[in-house]
Design a binder for this molecule. Sequence first.
Ligand code: SF4
Length: 264
Amino acid sequence: MRGRWPVIKETRAKSILNRSSIGDYVINPYVGCQHACVYCYAQFYARRWGRTEPWGSYVEVKVNAPELLAKEVRRKRKGVVYLSSMTDPYQPVEREYELTRRLLEILRERDWPVLVQTKSPLVLRDIDVLRGFSQVRVGMTIITLKEEVRRVVEPHAPSVDERIRALEELKEQGIGTFAFIGPILPGTSVEEILELVEVLKDKVDLIYFDRLNIKPGLRPKIDAVLRILKAEKWSRNQDSYYEKLKARLMEELSSKGVIHIFVY
Ligand code: SF4
């Protein structure tokens, strides 16, 4: 009999509401991520913590996260909570464990401000909870409109169309939304990004842009993908590409009145 894929392990964390530079706190209900994005920087940190298996092949479920959070919100100062920096809070395993949902319910009880970022329309399941916050914003990461590129770089993540439809639904339901276009893959043209912006701009309040930052040890994997995408000439010396891209985009976005933030 075949084993379950990914390998799921239930663990108990020591704390869950951790200080962060993104927002005031970050919550990571899981270690590992089934979406298995090639460029994911979290796999670098996971390796440092001793998880050397292929990224996407395992998930640790912090089963005591709600119990911990209920205690921590009582003793910590209220602040903006970001879900999640090292995992996708709505990866498939969330359907079964509902950790993210239960964590949001606890934060909603005390009305802590929340930022959620995901690649999954599973977030729509929790619209009832999200509507109860006075400050909440939900974002989708979308780096391309091309499904053939998405399949290579984000092999097990939901399709681009599903994410766009999810943003539309969130917006219709009165939830604040944002799009995160990042990491922009080296070699992506300005026109391609503007086409994506055009699709997203009515569905979100804000668009973030980020570049690719290659963590140590990930270069061979990323170079292999850039070769498949025929973008290998951009593999090294990317700085001038990203600076030129930023300058062009800033001009275009301002003239279109798109609210944007470059995080690089
Ligand atoms: S969805 Fe986010 S956390 Fe998950 S693999 Fe992709 S980049 Fe990493």
